[in-house]
Design a protein around this ligand. Structure first.
Ligand code: FCB
Length: 466
């Protein structure tokens, strides 16, 4: 598939298209972005609380209230039920369970996820639990956070607590969400929490997160023998912004797409990074990192355009996308062909069942005079991306599920509440939830896709477990 021109060769999603048998339609969120209650019931602080308090987020926004999901989770589960999703991917806030990151557990925090998980199961929605979505306990960051090797042990102990508490009801576990994003932005570029920049800290963080992943896979596997364990990677083709940026794009791509899945699934660092990672790799580390996983979580929004910049901490930065490529209001290029290519490539390379655990559209939705939110641009985006996924499946990609980011508008990291990704609009001053047009559209798609699945599943027949 071509990657440069603005093409609409991929047709909008035919909801009546056939999908693999048992294909999972889901929805995703993360703790810090929706929970709020950051100082309630004994929760400790995370690096994002600190980053927000330092005024580093647009509009000086913080996660203090967010979507108040901590108190309104029952209403949110009811919305998911109405949507018809089979699964909900959420993350657990490490500082809510272990306010100091290690040591004594906080029973009130543990009880919150008990309530959430029980409500999901009652609504017949499968909980997909991710251990880490960027909210490292501040107390651990004070000890060096991901830049120190001890972090792997802290994470394994936290995984043990989570698996032993929830493993009777939760069977889908992810270790990390988007390790490339939180290490690159937090320790490389330095423009997200904890705000450190430069190649040395980045490489240390990469290796320690990889070690933590391997240790957690072992711990969860031992405590929950029927668990299905994976990690969630943001996989986006990295393309040169200009012909002079080919090197920069390769290096950016190695950090973004390969620094985690390759050691975790293949047991090696990508050749582009092997030399620079060598000082951190001790004997036996790659075997510790490469533990058997059951699935590959893939997040994708857009291709990346890279630019060489010798003055930047890593020697590269984001570059501009071709002018003829349309983009979302937050400037992310729209190119469903890249999604297709990502799915086909990842399936061929790692030979694991893929679950798309994030895909979505960030906009600046507002209710119209009658209070409705007609987010047609989001629907158009989702249609084209879902169709691209359908084509990828037809072309051999083993994709078993698709989760939209996100149920609710929420705290979008450095952009604060200025960017809205939800299928449900959140009126932050009142916390009123208003389903957008895309909510009804997704509900219809799930319903019709299930109906077809019930009759026959031509695509599914082409799938044999590898
Ligand atoms: C992903 C993050 C998620 C959300 C979306 C828009 O990179 O995992 O938390 O911010 O982008």
């Amino acid at each position: 598939m071509g990657r440069t021109a603005k093409r609409q060769s991929i047709h909008p999603a035919r909801s009546t298209a056939t999908w693999p048998r048992d294909f999972i339609w889901g929805i995703s969120s993360s703790s810090f972005q929706i929970e709020g209650a950051t100082r309630e019931d004994g929760r400790g602080l995370s690096i994002w609380d600190t980053f927000c308090a330092a005024g580093r987020v647009a509009n000086h926004d913080t996660g203090d209230i967010a979507c108040d999901h901590y108190h309104r989770y029952a209403e949110d589960v009811a919305l998911m039920k109405r949507l018809g999703v089979k699964a909900y991917r959420f993350s657990v806030a490490w500082p809510r369970l272990l306010p100091e990151g290690r040591g004594s557990a906080n029973e009130a925090g543990l009880a919150f996820y008990d309530r959430l998980i029980d409500a999901l199961l009652k609504a017949r929605i499968e909980p997909w639990l991710c251990l880490y979505h960027w909210d490292l306990p501040q107390a651990l960051d004070d000890l060096g956070g991901w830049t120190v090797r001890d972090a792997a042990g802290w994470f394994a102990d936290y995984a043990m607590l989570v698996a032993s508490r929830y493993g009777d009801r939760v069977k889908r576990f992810a270790t990390f969400n988007e390790p490339s994003v939180f290490t690159l932005f937090g320790y490389g570029f330095g423009d997200s929490a904890p705000g450190i920049s430069g190649p040395i800290m980045l490489r240390r963080a990469i290796h320690n997160v990889n070690l933590a992943h391997g240790a957690a896979v072992d711990v969860i596997g031992a405590l929950v023998p029927d668990a299905l364990i994976g990690a969630i990677h943001n996989y986006q083709p990295c393309l040169p912004a200009t012909p002079a940026d080919v090197e920069a794009a390769e290096l950016f791509g190695a950090y973004w797409n390969s620094a985690f899945p390759e050691p975790q699934c293949l047991g090696t660092y990508p050749s582009r990074l092997a030399g620079v990672m060598e000082p951190y790799v001790q004997a036996g580390d790659l075997a510790r990192i490469c533990r058997p996983v059951d699935w590959f979580g893939l997040n994708h929004y857009s291709p990346i355009y890279a630019k060489a910049n010798p003055d930047a901490p890593l020697g590269f930065t984001f570059g501009g996308a071709p002018a003829d490529l349309s983009h979302t209001p937050m400037g992310w290029p729209i190119h469903p062909e890249s999604f297709h290519d990502a799915l086909v490539e990842v399936s061929a390379r790692y030979r694991l069942p893929i679950y798309v655990l994030e895909n979505g559209f960030g906009g600046d939705d507002k209710p119209d005079a009658s209070g409705d939110i007609a987010d047609t641009a989001r629907i158009d985006y989702l249609k084209c991306y879902i169709e691209a996924m359908h084509e990828a499946i037809a072309n051999g990609a083993d994709v078993r599920g698709y989760f939209i980011w996100s149920l609710l508008d929420n705290f979008e990291w450095g952009s604060g509440y200025g960017t809205r990704f939800g299928l449900v609009y959140v009126d932050y001053p009142t916390q009123k939830r208003i389903p957008k047009a895309s909510f009804n559209w997704y509900a219809d798609l799930i319903k019709s896709a299930r109906a077809v699945d019930g009759e026959r599943s031509t695509v599914g027949d082409a799938f044999k477990p590898r």
